[in-house]
Design a protein. Sequence first.
Lengths: 191, 285
Amino acid sequence: MSLAPQAMTGGFADAPVQSARAFRAALDALSRPGRIVAVEGVQPPAPLSVAAGVLLLTLADGTTPVHLAGAFDCAVLRDWITFHCGAPLVGSDAATFAVGDWSALHPVGRFAIGRADYPDRSATLIVELDHLTAAGARLTGPGIADVAHLSLPDIAAFQHNRALFPLGFDTFLTCGDRLAGLPRSTRVEAV
Amino acid sequence: MEDYNFAYLDEQTKRMIRRAILKGVAVPGYQVPFASREMPMPYGWGTGGVQVTAACLVPEDVLKVIDQGADDTTNAVSIRKFFSRTAGVAVTEATTDATVIQTRHRIPETPLQEGQILVYQVPIPEPLRFLEPRETETRKMHELEEYGLMHVKLYEDIARHGQIATSYAYPVKVEGRYVMDPSPIPKFDNPKLSGSAALQLFGAGREQRIYAVPPYTQVVSLDFDDHPFVASKADHDCDLCGAGASYLDEVIIDDAGGRMFVCSDTDFCAGRRAAGHVGRLGEAA
């Protein structure tokens, strides 16, 4: 098999340090829902955003199956993830990480929500958005001092996910080189 | 240091720990299993905390390590030196200057800020373990939110001693769901767990568990309506700095019954003395 040249480039130049900074940004985002952070260090092939690429290279490896949804399930991205992460590419039900735009990821009920005795065995969705701003849906819960706002692609799906707590999937929202976190613990309301 | 990867651990291990930390943050108080590695220190010396710290550190961090509140004890000094060498990070003893604080059994007196991460070293992460030794059973109890046994234990304290005698590792409930062991911090520190501006991460190396309390998360110490939780401390002021509201260590100073009480948080005490506060046995700076 032959790989496209762009499948083999665009990774971290200094993985230990760059992935450490990327993880701190992701940790900051997930532990403070509504906060939008910028990340850098990778240049993934289209249609994957820089932020989604950074998350995959920081968190995914041979032990974490990845699902590519919709238009993201293309040869160059499959090759890029295989080359840089070594992650198995799988269907939605077996995925630890799932990447795509919201319409392709929907219905999100097909992703793992963990088990009652092991709620950590759940999927993490990386949702690619056209715009990501600290406005829109009203967020409350752990990590939020008072109220936060975030431009979510959906309300009902995240409300249903919260109702499953402590089960449920966790979400990163990505747009360009910026990302925000939405753990299952966050309560979402339309404004 | 050229001989080791940044922050000692290999990248595969750090990814695994980072995924566990993120799941821990998403389910506050739930103990996420992780494949704890052997570290160049014995179990019981903070191998869990060290692995969590290693997975979180960036080169720009300023690290503080405390052992029972003190910056200058063996455990704190050796871990600080370890990360100074393997991650090249700056180190400090000042709580306010630190971005990451690894702690054994205390929460600093100085309130933590946004952007700080507090990493706890945890010996036994399972709060129900001394009541029910079987992991299969305690897991089922967490699953079913069946925490009656813990209340029986606290009740037996009252029946036997007239009050809840548990004074450290006092069980808490996080966001109304999981009962959590806050590590063996004195119960004096329990109120600081709740609504903290800092992210709190817990690592248990031997027991292979990571858990988390995100910022601004509700943490309630278990109690009864007629025996409410009391954050107790020794009924003295610090003999060095005169502080009346900090957690105190009792120090025997001679063989004739002489003793003194000093702040367990050395940075807090030194800061107060530098600001001119003087206690019963202190000398003016």
